[in-house]
Write a protein that binds this ligand. Structure first.
Ligand code: ATP
Ligand code: MG
Ligand code: MG
Ligand code: MG
Length: 565
């Protein structure tokens, strides 16, 4: 490949609206272009990387015995009604109508479609187990698309679904997928951790997430320093013996309305005073107690009262006002109690606190399934009052917990019979009796992985691709200000030779000066750079530099090939 013929469009400037390094670098390198919020074009450069990830995922899925198929993105409402998810999925479901006014959604996931396939395709236990997968564009109308392709609305996912006659067989199939995922992330050259995850409302026994470890990750992971225990923090909290003392004490205090100072509240919640004072805190407990801390209120005291006693400072709000104020979709609020008129407009940070402290149940409104800091802004305050903190005893009793941040790149799930039951997906067993199948589902965020890899591997000059993800392994750069044909020929020859050896090589024949040329190659993160110049040619050497190396070195052809092979 010649860079002169490859549409490369790099920029020096950091785009103003890019909040994380991967987004900045992907835009600067010209890998992606934004079309609309959370919707991106993958340029020829970006697509090369995306396809690398896809290729490894596909190889390992095939190796694990999964069968590739391709299901439709556009899915009829009726099917989603059968599982109840047309409503339950909430605001993330993009609903569309055709010219006959029939309703569809753009698939955010494919349990419904694949189970529909299974109920018509599979009829005998002899056809089981079977695992089918696809690599396909998904659409989720994320409440806050951000971080470029990391939390996009349109994104590429590999989703696999397995069907089994028995739970034991499901558990084995699940393990096969778990092992395949481990190989995938190892092959991609990423530092990652598999953690236990909550199987949540869907039910089922086991669920694990794969996280790429990076400080910018949206998720918090707890792992034991003394054992293999690792879980996402929600799961770790569920396993914790109870709220940690400050949270418990805070709850006890708010359940007993009393005059309290801001300092007390700050101390109880373990928060810096300024933060508390700046926020409006709403904490509901079973006694329907609201605790309001108003930083903008010129009071250094906390008003605590039973709801009916709320004073004139706090006016009732409608559900619409709350939705607008929180900047969330109506789907995130509910069920609203009959007393909705007594709901108080709260600062969004505080709603997060209330949600956390009271287990998502303040009288009047209820935020369901919200991941704060992701679906709603300002995560710090919530993180500060978690009931699992560094140094807690690990739930398995071995060692203490440490916390780190991760980016969820994969998720494996034993669904059990939930979907098969609601869609009536059965097969006949050995005795000719109909049995509801057991299902597993297994997702990988193919496009998210590209960004996650950059979050983990970059420096001031740009991206540093793990080799298996790089758009090219080697860049051959021509420095030839005098237009010496011998230099150009030597570079062409080396490029050809490397290609013939199966090493993906790009020839930088754009005729740039060394400074801008090297800056581009570093920004693009190409693992190996070879410079062909008149001086090197005269000395019989090439200038070689690995992307992470401090300095370049002069190597003769044999030594160079040795290095690159
Ligand atoms: P998250 O918790 O980050 O919202 P999720 O748990 O909703 O992800 P899953 O339903 O488990 O996502 O989907 C499988 C995989 O798809 C995830 O592990 C993630 O890698 C990827 N993914 C999910 N949502 C997005 C998104 N908005 N943009 C890019 N990738 C995504
Ligand atoms: Mg999600
Ligand atoms: Mg998740
Ligand atoms: Mg998930």
């Amino acid at each position: 490949m010649r860079l002169s013929r490859f549409h490369l469009h790099t920029t020096k400037e950091t785009p103003a609206d890019a909040d994380v390094v991967s987004q900045q670098l992907m835009l600067r390198a010209g890998m992606i272009r934004k079309l609309a919020a959370g919707i991106y074009t993958w340029t020829p450069l970006g697509l090369r990387v995306l396809r690398k990830v896809e290729g490894i995922v596909r190889e390992e899925m095939n190796r694990a015995g999964a069968l590739e198929m391709l299901m439709p993105s556009v899915q009829p409402r009726e099917l989603w009604e059968e599982t109840g998810r047309w409503q339950k999925f909430g605001g993330q479901l993009l609903k569309i109508r055709d010219r006959k006014d029939a309703e569809f959604c753009y698939g955010p996931t494919h349990e419904e479609v694949v189970t529909d396939w299974a109920r018509s395709e599979l009829s005998s236990y002899k056809q089981l187990p079977v695992n089918v997968y696809q690599i396909q564009t998904k659409f989720r109308d994320e409440i806050r698309p951000r971080f470029g392709v990391m939390r996009a609305r349109e994104f590429l996912m590999k989703d696999a679904y397995s069907f089994h006659l028995t739970p034991e067989c499901l558990a084995r199939g699940y393990q096969v997928m778990f092992d395949a995922y481990t190989r995938i992330f190892e092959r991609l050259g990423l530092r990652f951790r598999a953690v236990q995850a909550d199987s949540g409302a869907i039910g089922g026994n086991a669920s694990q997430e794969f996280h790429v470890l990076a400080d910018s990750g949206e998720d918090l992971i707890a792992y034991s320093t003394g054992s293999s225990y690792a879980a996402n923090v929600e799961k770790a909290e569920a396993a914790a013996p109870g709220p940690r003392p400050v949270a418990a004490e805070a709850m006890a205090r708010v359940a007993t309305p009393a005059q309290t100072t801001c300092e007390d509240v700050a101390a109880l919640l373990g928060l810096p005073l300024e933060r508390t004072v700046k926020s409006v805190a709403v904490v509901g407990a079973s006694g329907f107690c609201l605790l309001l801390v108003r930083g903008d209120h010129q009071v250094n005291e906390v008003k605590a009262a039973n709801l009916p006693a709320i004073g004139a400072d706090y006016r009732p709000a409608t559900e619409e006002e709350i939705v607008a104020h929180l900047g969330c979709k109506p789907g995130f609020i509910g069920p609203v109690s009959p007393q909705r008129e007594i709901t108080v407009v709260a600062d969004r940070t505080v709603a997060a606190m209330a949600d956390f402290v009271c287990g998502a149940n303040t009288e009047g409104f209820h935020l369901t399934g919200v991941n704060f800091g992701r679906d709603l802004p300002e995560p710090a305050l919530v993180a500060d009052i978690r009931s699992v903190v560094e140094g807690d005893l690990s739930p398995d009793g071995q060692g203490t917990l440490a916390l780190c941040r991760g980016i969820e790149v994969g998720h494996v799930f034993q669904l059990g019979q939930t979907y098969a039951k609601s869609l009536g997906a059965t097969v006949l067993d050995e005795n000719g009796a109909a049995q509801v199948m057991y299902m597993g589902c297994y997702g990988i965020g193919v496009s998210r992985i590209v960004a996650a890899a950059i979050e983990q591997n970059h420096d001031a000059a740009g991206i540093i691709w793990p080799e298996p993800m790089a758009p090219w392994q080697v860049a051959v750069c021509i420095i030839n200000p005098k237009n010496d044909p011998a230099v150009a020929e030597a570079a062409e020859a080396l490029h050809g030779e490397l290609q013939a050896l199966g090493i993906e090589t790009v020839l930088d024949d754009r005729g740039l000066r060394p400074g801008p040329m090297f800056a581009d190659i570093e920004l693009l993160g190409i693992p190996h750079r070879v410079v062909v110049s008149e001086r090197g040619l005269a000395a019989g050497t090439f200038e070689y530099r690995a992307r992470r190396a401090e300095a370049a070195e002069a190597l003769d052809k044999a030594a160079l090939l040795e290095r690159l092979r």
